[in-house]
Design a protein around this ligand. Structure first.
Ligand SMILES: C[S@@+](CC[C@H](N)C(=O)[O-])C[C@H]1O[C@@H](n2cnc3c(N)ncnc32)[C@H](O)[C@@H]1O
Length: 427
């Protein structure tokens, strides 16, 4: 065996900086955690302060304080002008307790979840198996941990508000009567869409355990009675008919076979001319987007069969299900939405399966051809880098494999769902 060369070795032609940067990424997260814990952003809510003023107010030791504050400025969370520090806009909007949208509890929660999940990566890579914890969503049990659920739901609602605002502007809703959010958590997306377009009615489909959360949340929003609740299993229970159906971050909880089933069931439940919106952190066609791939790995670490998937594959599942018109577009810089327009021609089979909705559902003529508004973020299939993700994923438990998927049964309408007549047994 050759012995190692003595003396100074020849240096490679490139430096090791990318490796050093990756090795130290955790420092950035820890500095943000400390700032939240110590109340830096709240202290700067009223205006700028100098380092000695902040040091005194926060009780910092002078050995650390200047580096700490300047590091926060370097991370883009503070702005230093001369010897004064103030909150950067993003910190002012999201990290000041009691002001604006507060997301400051979220980093701690997501870091704890990441540590648990990513610690299993090597094992997962070797065996294909990981220990999945009960996670968010209403299929698992984590909503029963009230403190955790409050933080989680707040972040999810914030994301849903942004998605709803985008959808409200991106599509022309004047031709649609109702919308169903399938796996819609506590109904926030549907509520935000109904608020933006008051002529719409809507429902949220979740396991029955989610009903009290939806009712409580709607009451808080002043939307009581506006968003109906349908309790059931998306794989086995009838999905009420609607003009528009949404799967938001639902398909990433399963594998392709289940995804196809979900898309097919949505197609069956849509009225002719209706629209399906599927959004997730979908992977680009060439599988090069680092953030999306990391999220996909994370899904594999926290769920037994989940992962992100390519937008082109999702488009194909929609075409296979019968959507003649399918496209994908970037959403919020972090997600992709695949849009499927159902044919306006009623197939015989679909016509028989669908029962005209009671009370203003599907009895009328099919909606006029939907007008897709110009995309807010032009260039479909371009996948901008994620500037920082709002939430972890992997909140769904899989359906039991091999369980027969029932036909659509008697579909119900959003109006019926609102009146609470459509409730069914859960999974
Ligand atoms: C990751 S969460 C997404 C929630 C919401 N759409 C959003 O984007 O914030 C997935 C949701 O799907 C629901 N879900 C998962 N499997 C389901 C099933 N088989 N039937 C009904 N709902 C289900 C879960 O309870 C959970 O709330």
């Amino acid at each position: 065996m050759e012995s190692a060369p003595e003396g100074i070795v020849d240096l490679p032609p490139i430096g090791p900086e990318p490796i050093l940067r990756l090795a130290t990424l955790v420092c950035q997260t820890e500095v943000m955690h400390a700032a939240l814990e110590l109340g830096v952003f709240g202290s700067l809510a009223e205006g700028s302060l100098t380092e000695p003023e902040l040091r005194e107010r926060l009780g910092l030791h002078e050995r650390f304080s200047k580096d700490f504050l300047d590091a926060l400025a370097g991370l883009g969370l503070l702005i230093r002008v001369g010897d004064r520090y103030r909150n950067a806009p993003v910190a002012g909007h999201y990290l000041v307790p009691g002001q604006g949208v507060y997301l400051g509890d979220y980093p701690r929660m997501v870091t704890a979840s990441f540590q648990q999940a990513w610690g299993q990566l090597s094992r997962g890579l070797r065996t294909g198996k990981v220990e999945t914890q009960p996670r968010g969503g209403f299929v698992a049990k984590s909503h029963e941990d009230q403190a955790r659920f409050t933080v989680y739901a707040g972040v999810m609602d914030h994301l849903s508000t942004r998605v709803a605002r985008d959808f409200a502007e991106r599509f022309d809703w004047s031709g649609y009567k109702d919308v169903g959010d399938l796996g819609g958590a506590r109904g926030h997306l549907a509520a935000a869409l109904l608020e933006a377009h008051p002529h719409l009615s809507g429902y949220c489909f979740e396991p029955p355990s989610a009903e009290r959360y939806l009712k409580g949340h709607m009451a808080e929003l002043g939307m009581a009675g506006r968003v109906g609740f349908v309790g059931g299993d998306l794989f086995t229970d009838p999905i009420p008919e609607a003009d528009v159906l949404v799967y938001g971050q639902v398909l990433h909880g399963w594998e392709d076979e289940e995804r196809r089933t979900l898309v097919r069931r949505a197609h069956e439940a849509l009225r002719p001319g209706g629209m399906l919106l599927v959004y997730d952190r979908m992977i680009d066609e060439e599988r090069r987007d680092q953030q999306r791939l990391l999220y996909s790995l994370y899904m594999r670490l926290v769920s037994p069969m989940g992962s992100e998937y390519r937008a082109v594959d999702c488009e194909r599942w929609l075409r296979e299900a019968g959507f003649p018109d399918v496209r994908s577009e970037p959403l919020l810089n972090t997600h992709t939405v695949v849009v499927g327009l159902k044919s306006r021609e009623e197939e015989q089979e679909g016509a028989e399966a669908r029962v005209p909705a009671a009370g203003g559902g599907g009895g009328g003529p099919p909606p006029p051809p939907p007008v897709l508004m110009p995309s807010l973020s032009p260039g479909s299939r371009s996948f901008p880098r994620c500037p920082g993700c709002l939430r972890g994923a992997g909140h769904c438990l899989p359906p039991s494999r091999g369980r027969p998927v029932r036909g659509p049964g008697r579909p119900r309408s959003a109006a019926e769902a609102s009146s609470g007549t459509a409730r069914r047994r859960g999974p």
